[in-house]
Design a protein around this ligand. Structure first.
Ligand code: SF4
Ligand code: SF4
Length: 223
């Protein structure tokens, strides 16, 4: 068990879902990921969307939008196409949609709306070890409100940092945009955050990401 982040079962409207508690002010994104992956593997909860009762061989959530964080793109770029300029990476592996002031960068999908990394026959991820944070942290079970807020905050702050990377990647070849609806974007709207300059989840501290009100809900001092 991870001593910094603990996932526990909780009853939500008659279903066994998942709650989370943070036990250390030094808890990192890496602690969150390893504790959640272990819980998904061995913990007690009910999957509510599974076709087969397990994730292996189920592709229900691989047909949905996969927002990317800055660390996801750095990991995928290193694994899939080392040396490929970031702008080219965005072009080939993502979908960048700009709507007014909003920038949405997601993993590319094919014309059947399924993820580019999904093996259609086996229904398995072709890039499992490097799958994005959203894939690693999603499980189709009810989440306690604070567990949902924590996941949303992690994903949203990581997405914001990716937009900063996307702006920077444009210096040489211009911005990569796949879809645009009245774009009105301004780089200054994305200020630095706790993800800035970080290249591994061990460097991202949860306390630096979450607002203090949410931290107070999540933190219970460990033994
Ligand atoms: S989390 Fe996704 S892959 Fe796993 S059982 Fe639920 S819908 Fe299927
Ligand atoms: S990266 Fe893998 S796990 Fe994530 S949506 Fe694509 S196929 Fe599914």
């Amino acid at each position: 068990m991870n001593p910094c982040v603990e996932f526990v079962p909780i009853n939500i409207e008659g279903k066994t879902g998942i709650d989370v508690v943070i036990h250390s002010e030094e808890a990192t994104l890496a602690d969150y990921l390893s504790a959640l992956e272990e819980y998904i593997e061995r913990g007690t909860y009910q999957r509510v969307r599974a076709e087969t009762g397990k994730c292996e061989g189920c592709d229900v959530c691989c047909q949905e939008r996969v927002p990317l964080t800055s660390l996801d793109v750095l990991v995928l770029q290193k694994g899939l196409a080392p040396g490929l300029p970031l702008g080219e990476f965005f072009k080939r592996f993502t979908n960048v949609c700009v709507s007014g002031p909003v920038v949405d960068i997601t993993l590319a999908r094919q014309s059947d709306e399924k993820c580019i990394f999904l093996n259609r026959e086996t229904r398995r991820c072709l890039n499992y070890n490097e799958r994005p944070l959203v894939c690693r942290t999603y499980i189709c079970t009810p989440l306690a409100p604070r567990a949902r807020k924590l996941r949303d905050t992690i994903v949203n702050t990581g997405e914001d940092e990716l937009v900063r990377l996307w702006f920077r990647s444009s210096v040489k070849d211009g911005l990569v945009i796949h879809e645009a609806w009245d774009p009105e974007i301004n780089e200054e709207d994305w200020s630095e955050n706790a993800w800035t300059g970080k290249i591994t989840p061990q460097q991202v501290y949860l306390k630096d990401i979450v607002p203090s009100s949410l931290w107070n809900e999540l933190y219970e001092k460990g033994e």
